[in-house]
Ligand binder design. Structure first.
Ligand code: IMP
Ligand code: MG
Length: 180
């Protein structure tokens, strides 16, 4: 727990650090069972980086890591519906077993778009691992192979997730109560 960051900020603990770590280890073990060979992990900047680092170390298989950057038009708490690439992958994913690593799925707009973009590059397989899912918010369909936790429609921060770039370094996942 990051007591100094949390104090007075209107944050309410939702998923404590130890529960996150235990679930990420389970997800890594599941992924290792499902993939016999090299797993090409693609993390979506910036929120998924904390999850990527823990997940990669929980997968007892060879992995490659790469990053993709996207921005949704309009700042604030939700995607506006339009997405563009701000940073492309460094290497080809043709023929690779790609696992797209995301912090949270909300409307599904981001991942629906990215899955289409990456599928065009002919990976051998393409799946999603998301730490958090808010299924009640979905406006675009997304098939998620690995989900850490389903959560209700609340705005959360910590473990990579931000509000206006703040709170990414919280060890726990907390609800920011004044949002929504
Ligand atoms: P989607 O395109 O609506 O699924 O939005 C996904 C992106 O919105 C995530 O990658 C986050 O960057 C952001 N997001 C959605 N919900 C939250 C939240 O509760 N806290 C922080 N960021 C969020
Ligand atoms: Mg994000």
């Amino acid at each position: 727990m990051n007591a100094a960051i949390m104090s007075g900020a209107g944050l309410r603990l939702l998923i404590p650090e130890d529960a996150i770590q235990a679930r990420v280890r389970e997800m890594g073990a599941q992924i290792a069972r499902d993939y016999p060979g090299l797993v090409h992990l693609v993390a979506i900047l910036k929120g998924a980086c904390f999850f990527l680092v823990d997940l990669a170390r929980a997968i007892d298989r060879p992995v490659h890591i790469d990053f993709i950057g996207i921005s949704s038009y309009g700042r604030g708490k939700t995607s506006s519906g339009e997405v563009k690439l701000t940073k492309d992958l460094d290497s080809s994913i043709e023929g690779a077993d790609v696992l797209l690593v995301e912090d949270i799925i909300d409307t599904g707009v981001t991942l629906n778009y990215l899955m289409q973009v990456l599928a065009q590059r002919k990976p051998r397989s393409l799946r999603i691992a998301a730490l958090l899912d808010k299924p009640s918010r979905r406006i675009r369909p997304v098939e998620v192979a690995y989900v850490g936790f389903e959560i209700p429609d609340q705005f959360v921060v910590g473990y990579g997730l931000d509000y206006a770039e703040q709170y990414r370094n919280l060890r726990d996942i907390c609800v920011l109560d004044e949002i929504r």
